[in-house]
Design a protein around this ligand. Structure first.
Ligand code: FES
Length: 149
């Protein structure tokens, strides 16, 4: 059996409450992602050991394809620069930025996704707190070391 690298929402049934059928459960290999497009939004869908996850497929750093990332510990690692994104919260771990976490559900063999349009959490303060330590370049106003990565 050939497993498609991209699952298609083109032939989906659009439910009245916003749920879109995106795949058969058999199209999703364990601990791998597949990309679909719903209403113009690229969404990465993952089959985890204990369920499913769906997040924006575009990394907030430099648009890496998150569906191609490695999955471990309920996170996906972006294949471009190795930033990890929590699949439950959408937060980029240790950096500012986040992606939407979409609702995902399995009914029979069908996998359904409903887009979230909730505002993304502002993680800049949390990320700054992780980067700033005493003696860091940010605490020295005369330092020539850039304060962002
Ligand atoms: S594009 Fe994802 S970590 Fe850089």
């Amino acid at each position: 059996m050939t497993i498609p690298q991209t699952i298609s929402a083109a032939a989906t049934d659009l439910a009245s409450d916003g749920w879109v059928r995106v795949a058969s459960i058999d199209d999703l290999p364990l601990l791998e992602g597949r990309r679909t497009t719903i209403d113009g939004h690229r969404v990465a869908v993952f089959k985890l050991v204990d369920g499913l996850a769906a997040i924006d497929a575009v990394c907030p750093h430099k648009a890496g394809p998150l569906q191609d990332g490695l999955v471990a510990d309920n996170c996906v690692t972006c294949p471009l620069h190795d930033r990890r994104i929590d699949l439950a919260t959408g937060q980029v771990i240790g950096y500012e930025g986040a992606v939407h976490v979409h609702e995902v559900s399995q009914h029979g063999d069908d996998v359904w996704v409903r887009l979230s349009h909730a505002p993304l959490a502002d993680t800049s303060a949390e990320a700054d707190a992780e980067r700033l330590v005493p003696g860091d370049a940010m605490s020295d106003p005369h330092s020539s070391v850039p304060d962002t990565l």
